[in-house]
Design a protein around this ligand. Sequence first.
Ligand code: FAD
Length: 397
Amino acid sequence: MTGPDPQVLVVGAGPVGLLLGNLLGTCGVHALVIDKRARGPEASMAIGLTPPSLALLQTLQLDQSFIATGVRVEQAVVHGDRGTLGTLSFRTLSGRYPFILALPQAKTASLLEIRLRDCPRVELRRGVELVGLEQDVDGVTAVLREGDAALAHPVRCAFLIGADGGYSRVRQLAAIAADTGSYPQNFAMADFADHSDLGDQAHLFFTRHGSVESFPLPMGRRRWVVQTGERLDPIPTGFLAETVRRRTGIDLNGCEPFFSSSYGVGWLLARRYHRGRIVLCGDAAHLMSPVGGQGMNVGFADAAWLAALLSACCREGAAAEPLLAGYEQARRKTARIAIGRAARGMWLGTRQGRLAGLWREPLLRLLLAPPLRERLPPYFAMLTLPHPLPPNGCSWQ
Ligand SMILES: Cc1cc2nc3c(=O)[nH]c(=O)nc-3n(C[C@H](O)[C@H](O)[C@H](O)COP(=O)(O)OP(=O)(O)OC[C@H]3O[C@@H](n4cnc5c(N)ncnc54)[C@H](O)[C@@H]3O)c2cc1C
């Protein structure tokens, strides 16, 4: 690696690190983004982009290309054991984006990576792994290993950002402890060609045998997620289609999935979001159950705050410590609330057995009828999560 030292080193080119790189580039901060993977992942995890994330993308003039590539989900239909319980409409949301945008995470990352090429002061280097770090009062020295090279070499930066996911090496190297927990539920998911008549709606089936969630995807595909008793690795052939048929009555027409995976769920909240000039962002700072589709969106809001803060420090010489304390307090609070929401959503949706149906269905009918029904779309669109703004004078625009 040659050239002057970057002001900011972002470890991790997942969606959150890539968004942060773009925001830093927009405000003229000199940054290096590294990722140990030679290529972006093809597997898709997140598929839901909420209105606050789309508003952020709009500041990069990216919202319209995202919307043109994804599917606008304007309604979610909720089903119980004996039919439809109600419908949730995002059309009534105020603001520019009255919908949730369904777009596979790999596509989100790829659009952000392409946009990063327009930022002359930001460089993305793939196949580069962070293996060590040390910090002093003026900054951080990161030890990076490139490709298969036996030798690692140092890079000096004023701030090092850990956007390196749930198993964050940065979090470990900075000795930042985290509170964690796990849930007993497991899930299997796959993307199929969509021959259903479910259209652009999301469909959520809460049955006594377990949940099934179904979301439209671009290119005529549909994501199906089923709750399983144990983690299935590998997922037996035909298991997903058969489970969907049994629980919902929908026939996936013998299609082969384009992609499938199984996962268990847990949560994590870092006790601190920074140690000196080493700062956590995205999944490195917080993990939550994917139920409710919040993780990446919370990470995007972290990145926005952090870009404003780093711009103030790197370009205007603002004192870092008070701004970092504010970042930690505000963003950690939001993550804690989101973790709680995901846990409650999962508890409600995954109770099994006849008894669960007896109390869940009347409860859901109540929630999906006026006047409570009007409160749900802003909640699921993450408009009611606290997204306080960085202090005055901090902006990436
Ligand atoms: C099944 C599932 C469905 C989901 N659905 C949604 C949804 O609909 N909406 C939503 O908002 N969220 C969802 N999520 C959560 C979402 O996928 C994550 O929140 C998101 O991936 C976090 O992005 P990130 O950039 O913080 O971390 P990651 O995507 O994990 O990226 C971290 C990057 O860091 C790199 N890296 C790691 N260590 C190093 C190192 N030492 N050196 C260099 N590079 C390193 C990795 O290679 C990786 O590319 C879902 C998650 C799952 C599992």
